[in-house]
Write a protein that binds this ligand. Structure first.
Ligand SMILES: [Zn+2]
Length: 322
C-alpha cells in the first residue's frame, strides 16, 4: 500500500513538472513573438521615415483581359457645335448629355458661398449668339477674376441645347432633337404640351414635350439647380423683347432683378408683350423650386453678343440680393 502510494506521488510530480515546462515554453514563445512584432513595427516606421530602409514591395501582376475591337463598330462622330475651350483656366464639368450625346457643361468661376447661374443657348442655333456671349463672358472672367465678388460663385452653362445649336443657326436650330422647345419643357405649375399659339413663335411646329421635364437637356439643368442653392439666374435669349421676370404671376424679387438688368443694358422692361402666354419656362420653374430670382433676358438681335452691355449686367447681377 505504501509503495504504491509513493509511486503515485512520483507520477504527480512528473505530470506537474511537464505541465510547468510546457507553460514555460508557451510563455517564452509568446514573449519572443511580441518582441518580433514590435521590431517589425519599428521597421515599418523606419521604412516610412527613410525610403532607403530595406523593405521590398512584393511584385504584383495583374491579369487584364485583352480587348478585341469589334470590327463592326463605328464610333459615332458628331459635328462639333461652336467649339470652345480656354487655353488655360478652369475645365468645365459635364452635367448631362443631349439626345445626340453631346455634353452639356458648366463652368465654375469664383469660389464664394453665394451661387449665381447663367444659362445660355436654351433655344439652340436660333439664338446661337447667346452661346457666343457666354463664351466671351467665360473668357473675360478667366482673364479678369476680379469680375467675380469674393463671396460669389458663378456657374455658366454655356450651351444648354447643343444639338439645336449644331443643327442650324436659324429657326431650324431652336428645338432639341425631339422637336421640343426646351424653354416650354420645364415642369413648372403652368406646363402644358400644346399652347395657344396666338402671338407666339410660329415659324416651325414645336411642343412642350410629352410631359414637364421629359427631355434630357431639361433634366440636366433641373438636376444642377436642385443640387445647388442658386441666389439668382439669368437665362439668355434673343431677340429684342426685353427682360422677363420669373413666376406666374411675376415674383417680386425677379421683377426687381429684371428692372436692375434692364437699367444696366437698356433692354426693355417691362418686356414687349406679344400676347404670347409662356409656359414651362426655365425661369418660372426655377423660382418655383428655390431659386431666389430668375429672368429670361433677350439680346438685341440674333447676331451680336452686346458684350459691353452684358458686362455691366454681370456686375449688377452678381451683386443682386434677392
Ligand atoms: Zn429664346
Amino acid at each position: 500500500m505504501r509503495g504504491r502510494k509513493k509511486s503515485s506521488h512520483t507520477w504527480v510530480y512528473v505530470i506537474w513538472g511537464l505541465n510547468g515546462s510546457i507553460l514555460l515554453i508557451v510563455l517564452i514563445v509568446a514573449v519572443l513573438y511580441t518582441t518580433s512584432l514590435r521590431a517589425s513595427a519599428a521597421d515599418d516606421l523606419l521604412a516610412t521615415a527613410a525610403p532607403q530602409a530595406t523593405r521590398e514591395i512584393p511584385p504584383t501582376s495583374y491579369f487584364l483581359p485583352t480587348l478585341t475591337p469589334n470590327p463592326l463598330y463605328t464610333p459615332p462622330v458628331f459635328e462639333t457645335s461652336t467649339p470652345f475651350a480656354l487655353a488655360d483656366g478652369p475645365r468645365p464639368t459635364v452635367i448631362g448629355f443631349s439626345l445626340a450625346a453631346r455634353p452639356i457643361d458648366v463652368y465654375t468661376l469664383g469660389a464664394g458661398e453665394k451661387e449665381y447661374l447663367i444659362v445660355s443657348g436654351i433655344h439652340g442655333g436660333y439664338e446661337w449668339n447667346t452661346v457666343a456671349l457666354a463664351n466671351e463672358l467665360i473668357t473675360y472672367i478667366n482673364e479678369n477674376p476680379g469680375a467675380i465678388p469674393t463671396d460669389v460663385t458663378l456657374y455658366i452653362i454655356r450651351n444648354m441645347n447643343p444639338d439645336g445649336e449644331a443643327r442650324a443657326h436659324d429657326v431650324d436650330g431652336r428645338v432639341n432633337n425631339n422637336g421640343v422647345d426646351l424653354n416650354r419643357n420645364f415642369p413648372s405649375e403652368n406646363w402644358t404640351e400644346e399652347r395657344d399659339r396666338d402671338g407666339f413663335w410660329i415659324y416651325r411646329p414645336t411642343t412642350g414635350g410629352a410631359y414637364g421635364g421629359s427631355e434630357p437637356e431639361t433634366r440636366s439643368v433641373m438636376g444642377f439647380i436642385t443640387n445647388h442653392r442658386i441666389e439668382a439666374l439669368i437665362s439668355y435669349h434673343s431677340a429684342a423683347l426685353g427682360v422677363f421676370p420669373g413666376g406666374v404671376p411675376w415674383e417680386e424679387p425677379s421683377k426687381q432683378l429684371a428692372q436692375a438688368l434692364s437699367k444696366a443694358t437698356g433692354y426693355p422692361y417691362p418686356p414687349i408683350d406679344t400676347g404670347c402666354e409662356y409656359t414651362g419656362t426655365l425661369a418660372d420653374w426655377a423660382v418655383e423650386n428655390g431659386v431666389g430670382a430668375a429672368v429670361d433676358m433677350e439680346l438685341r438681335n440674333h447676331r451680336d453678343t452686346d458684350f459691353e452691355e452684358n458686362l455691366k449686367a454681370l456686375k449688377v447681377f452678381l451683386n443682386f440680393q434677392p
